[in-house]
Design a protein around this ligand. Structure first.
Ligand SMILES: Cc1cc2nc3c(=O)[nH]c(=O)nc-3n(C[C@H](O)[C@H](O)[C@H](O)COP(=O)(O)OP(=O)(O)OC[C@H]3O[C@@H](n4cnc5c(N)ncnc54)[C@H](O)[C@@H]3O)c2cc1C
Ligand code: SF4
Length: 324
């Protein structure tokens, strides 16, 4: 059952920021993640601040300098269907389409997707683990088959967002407004590893609202793609995913590569070794195999998730071959 809370429908970002500065206040967008967390007692809220009535935070538009602005309240269904996103940023359209089910994509927003809380079953259950302010990570020595193979220190959860993986690969930026004014940060720095802070997944501070996602103008001869593997065909989070963005010169030599793994780490994870292997070379079957091997170099699987190493290697190679 949902606990009691007060509810405010903010009309402007300024009003939302002011209301969210109060301890115990939480932002409500589509509610598909937030309401489940409240119902299951993952965290508490004294006040919900709804931003869903703000038309200014909804929609996708071209910006004069090139690129796209996606309002944080734009639904995943709208992102997946937008013709500019599909043409110029296919990895993002594919990632948005890979989220949950049609109902979730119609209700869930892109802002909520990147700000959603972890799916670790201890965190979602009755365990007062490190991420909830406790002193133990139960997954480290417990059930960890869906957990991280990179970037885990105190906490080994994997970031659950599909679109975050594509947005990092595409060089997107997040526009944030808070009590101290507005700022813009690259999505690659928006997510934080547990080594920096274990109780939050993003750089958002109290009262801060993610208002827009900004995509850079598409580069000539750039291709992007997203691939997700899950245990069942729908309604499921990734076991492993990869987003690729590759730019080639006129002769087909890769000049710029972004390889980002999802469900691999507590943040979207840049496979820097794979990117290095790709740049300066033509994409062949031999190079795809070498880059895939490099993508999993340095992996540190836990007691139950060794299978993820082979899984990531396989999907990176397959997706590179598909792009070639
Ligand atoms: C059954 C099920 C399956 C799912 N499957 C997937 C999946 O396959 N892939 C995937 O990526 N996700 C999945 N989700 C997670 C998630 O619910 C959706 O992805 C959705 O996009 C969340 O958006 P929302 O608008 O409903 O967020 P909300 O539930 O409203 O908010 C989520 C969190 O983000 C915060 N927040 C929301 N918007 C902002 C903002 N603009 N600024 C600052 N903070 C904000 C909220 O305070 C809250 O903590 C699933 C959820 C369920 C219940
Ligand atoms: S992996 Fe993170 S969220 Fe899960 S039990 Fe450990 S500390 Fe908590």
């Amino acid at each position: 059952m949902l606990p009691n809370f007060t509810y405010l429908r903010a009309k402007t970002v300024t009003e939302a920021v002011r209301a969210l500065a109060a301890p115990g206040a939480r932002l409500h967008a589509g509610g598909t993640d937030l309401l489940g967390c409240l119902r299951d007692g993952v965290f508490k809220a004294d006040k919900l601040v709804s931003v869903s009535g703000m038309a200014a935070l909804r929609g996708i538009a071209k910006v004069p300098t090139g690129g796209l602005r996606i309002g944080a309240l734009t639904t995943l269904a709208d992102v997946a269907a937008n013709k500019d996103v599909v043409r110029d940023y296919p990895a993002l359209a594919q990632a948005a389409l890979a989220v949950g089910s049609p109902q979730l994509r119609n209700q869930g927003t892109i802002g909520g997707n990147v700000c959603q809380r972890p799916r670790c079953w201890y965190f979602r259950g009755d365990f007062h683990c490190l991420r909830k302010g406790g002193d133990t990570c139960y997954a480290m020595q417990g059930e960890n088959r869906y957990h991280a193979i990179f970037g885990a220190s105190a906490c080994c959860m994997v970031h659950p967002s599909d679109t975050a993986v594509a947005l990092v690969a595409l060089g997107a930026r997040a526009r944030i407004t808070g009590p101290g004014g507005a700022r813009t940060v690259p999505l690659s720095s928006f997510f934080v590893l547990p080594a920096k802070t274990v109780t939050a997944e993003t750089v958002l501070g109290r009262g801060e609202v993610l208002t827009d996602i900004l995509l850079p103008a598409p580069e000539a001869r750039t291709k992007s793609a997203f691939r997700k593997v899950r245990s069942r065909g729908a309604w499921d989070f990734a076991l492993a995913s990869v987003a690729l963005a590759l730019t080639a010169d006129a002769t087909g030599v890769v000049t710029h590569a972004q390889v980002v793994l999802g469900a691999a780490a507590p943040t979207p994870w840049r496979a820097a070794g794979a990117e290095k292997a790709l740049v300066g070379n033509k994409l062949t079957a031999e190079l795809a195999a070498r880059a895939a091997q490099a993508a999993v170099e340095g992996a540190e699987p836990l007691s139950q998730n060794e299978y993820k190493v082979a899984l990531f290697k396989g999907i990176v190679e397959e997706q590179l071959l598909a792009m070639a």
